[in-house]
Ligand binder design. Structure first.
Ligand SMILES: *Cc1c(COP(=O)(O)O)cnc(C)c1O
Length: 388
């Protein structure tokens, strides 16, 4: 583990200048576009590099950096968050295995389970993992893996990662945590007992809505070798240019996360007092049912909040379409503020009955607070609420 702090690692880890003979001392990891690497002797690949799918210096710099930020020993980066998830599943489960998963997981993860891995004989039970006991109750003799996300999307439910890790390990299983929403700046699941962390680095880690990517971070050598083997075999790797963009983005993660959180909290407090808003959900509010748990396991609450418009779907749409600064768009975690209507956008593929049961109402709005001036963001919301 590094002796340096988070910001120092986010800037320097994996990018130490190279002063060896013939090297140039770059302060920034060079973009190595070469797909193949020449060697002098048949049996000795140069510095371990053979072919970019297997290992690339720019990707390796990013993997080293991300591992240091999650307090992991190993990092692997992929062409998207879902590519990371697919590769992990190929390494960890086989036909006949069972997974216990949080019922409020990212929609794309559920699609991967339900439409793809189900066809290969992998069974998934969905439970409300914000109640740790329900995870234990769903474990079967063939369960191999517990898969959670905290806080969840778009309802910001919080799972007790330590408690679930305890249950998981008692049963000899692995715990995977999708840490996309808080990023390693606010939450380090491996320190709380998780075995694997996955990220969509498309979100906060990249941070500028301009590069798709995924990551897996872990400490166990045998597991790492298995996942690395599958990644090389299926080819779901992050490209050198995308590695570079992600390296560039992650250097300001700490600065951005602090501002994302500050703006999210200000917006949440403003909405809590507004007569046209209902049910403001943000783990940083004292009114959030797991506010204390959040404080105990995370150093912050992130930049995403949800709320309901007091009114009809037509009112909710009018509000969204009246905003000038907030972009009406899916995704989250970029410097620009984004806003969306889950029932009609990110979660439209979830059947209406399940949406109603889980609490994703038709007027629920999800906000990804950007890092703009808070006065401008509040003013924008204020004028748009006046339109309804
Ligand atoms: C976006 C997202 C993913 C999927 O990542 P992609 O990079 O879009 O493939 C997975 N989990 C969470 C929580 C996400 O927000």
């Amino acid at each position: 583990m590094s002796k340096y702090g988070f910001s120092t690692n986010s800037i320097h880890a994996g990018e130490e200048p190279d002063f060896r003979e013939g090297a140039t001392g770059d302060v920034v990891a060079p973009v190595h576009l070469s797909t193949t690497f020449a060697r002098k002797q048949v049996d000795i690949p140069t510095a371990g590099y053979e072919y970019t799918r297997s290992l690339n210096p720019t990707r390796k710099a990013l993997e080293t950096k991300l591992a240091s930020l999650e307090n992991a020993r190993y990092g692997l980066t992929f062409s998207s968050g879902l590519a990371a998830e697919t590769t992990v599943l190929l390494a960890l489960v086989k036909s006949g295995d069972h997974i216990v998963a949080f019922d409020d997981l990212y929609g794309g993860t559920k699609r991967l389970f339900n439409h793809i891995f189900n066809e290969y004989g992998i069974d998934v039970s969905y439970v409300d993992a914000s109640d740790a006991a329900s995870v234990e109750a769903a474990i079967q003799p063939n369960t191999r893996l517990v898969w959670i996300e905290s806080p969840s999307n778009p309802l910001l439910k919080v799972c007790d990662i330590r408690a679930i890790a305890g249950i998981t390990h008692q049963h000899g299983l692995l715990l995977l945590v999708d840490n996309t929403f808080l990023s390693p700046f606010f939450q380090k699941p491996l320190d709380l007992g998780a075995d694997l962390v996955v990220h969509s680095s498309t979100k906060y880690i990249g941070g500028h809505s301009d590069v798709l990517g995924g990551a897996v971070l872990l400490a166990d050598t045998a597991l790492y070798e298995q996942i690395r083997h599958r990644q090389n075999a299926v080819g779901a790797v992050l490209s050198p240019l995308d590695s570079y963009l992600t390296l560039r983005g992650v250097k300001t993660l700490a600065l951005r996360m602090e501002r994302h959180q500050q703006n999210a909290l200000s917006i949440a407090r403003y909405l809590e007092r507004h007569p046209k808003a209902n049910r403001v959900i943000y783990p940083g509010l004292a009114s959030h049912p797991q506010h204390e748990l959040s404080k105990a396991q995370s150093s912050g609450f992130g930049g995403v909040l949800s709320f309901e418009i007091k009114g009809s779907v037509v009112d909710a749409k009018k509000f969204l379409e009246s905003l000038h600064i907030f972009a009406l768009a899916e995704s989250l975690g970029g410097v620009e503020s984004l806003i969306e209507l889950p029932a009609a956008m990110t979660h439209s593929s979830v059947d209406p009955e399940t949406r109603r049961k889980t609490g994703i109402t038709d007027t629920l709005i999800r906000v990804s607070a950007g890092v703009e001036d808070i006065e401008d963001l509040i003013e924008d919301i204020e004028q748009a609420l006046k339109q309804i």
